[in-house]
Design a protein around this ligand. Sequence first.
Ligand code: UD1
Ligand code: MG
Length: 451
Amino acid sequence: MTSSTRSCLAIVLAAGEGTRMKSEKPKVLHEVANRSMLGHVLAALTGAGATQTAVVIGPDREDVEKEARKILPNAQIFVQRERLGTAHAVLSARETLAGTHDDVIIAFGDTPLIRTETFAKLREPLAEGAAVVVMAFEARNPHGYGRLIQVDGQLLAIREHKDATEAERAITLCNGGLMALRGDLALKLLEKVGNDNSKGEYYLTDVVEIARALGERAAIAVVPEEEVHGVNDRAQLAAAERMIQERLREAVMASGVTLVAPETVFLSHDTRLGQDVIVEPHVVFGPGVIVESGAVVHSFSHLEGARIASGAGVGPFARLRPGAAIGPKAKVGNFVEIKNADLGPGAKVSHLTYLGDASVGAEANIGAGTITCNYDGYNKYRTEIGEGAFIGSNSSLVAPISIGKGAFVGSGSVITDSVPADSLALGRGRQILKEGWAVDFRAKAKATKGK
Ligand code: UD1
Ligand code: MG
């Protein structure tokens, strides 16, 4: 049987207190690339073929439960009441472990960089009969990690740093923490774990020796250190962000996107950029952004929850908020904010404008300084602007309102009543002209100066 046809239970340990984060929020809910660390782990496990997922949380952590269910509605939730060690945490999910599973993967909720392929690779030796597979890495600095004790290429045991001898501490091949267990043995192995060690904890790592004592084989899967990067404080969170950004940037460039200065562009886990999209330096993609082929995002733009169609241009200095939909070949220029608004094909909003709760027809031109007044302090109202309409600069459109197809609004207008198609609306004071006034004024002013 190959891994892809084997059933797989994933258990994610997410009971960490994360005191070093100095946060009101539990550690696993802190985000990298705009998704919680727990979310990254759950997504990778699902990709690796987990058929059932259990999340072990700390007491009174409804927020963690909610996040787990948001990503995986049928996740099973178990509570570890006391922190008595990693094996004890896994056994909190005893009820589901007792079921029938070909493979069991144990993952940590604070280790968000593991790739789907790596979880899949961890499962492979199980299909070949191994009882335990340990995720191993060559540590630049092994201090604090469990060391892998091998003889003749056979994994005999994992020794925790605190319990290791000097000779064992010289070993640099370390335990990444994550493990896969053969389903028919998992519960049996875990139940044999004791707490006779320097921390008095039930160590998950003891299952290696326990399996060997039963005549079973323990294997290792070596992964790059980056993937087992665990987050305990804000500096490690920032390091995780840096690594995940590098991956995301590489992936979009490999798919045919130009990032002029990749190190200055920040992507979200779900950012989708089409072929030949160009992203200039210093652009931030919040969650939920889709940019279709050939569109250009100019420098210093901030986008979230927005869709940009083919051939459109956005920025520099544009802000697209959730629900912004920019049509094909439309143009959004500098200092423009757009929220919950559609721009039709070829529409132009070139300068200094706020469009909220609006729709703008094809080829309409929105002049500099146009504001949709969409909010009265209680409710939001819509502005509808027809195809080919022309809104003069510095106009306020007081919603709810509609400006018909091909209509004109004169500059500096405050428009409070809807404008029919092809008409002109002016909503401003009339100009007064006094010829020669300035000559008179200057003469009087000079005569009285300093008196
Ligand atoms: C663990 C491994 C060590 C490995 C290292 C990699 C064990 C005994 N040791 O050590 O070999 O090199 O990870 O980072 O497994 N947790 C609970 N409940 C508990 C204890 C822990 O949910 O009672 C969770 C933690 O929140 C964390 C994970 O399990 O997500 C690992 O626990 P941690 O205390 O960080 O183990 P390490 O000492 O780092
Ligand atoms: Mg740790």
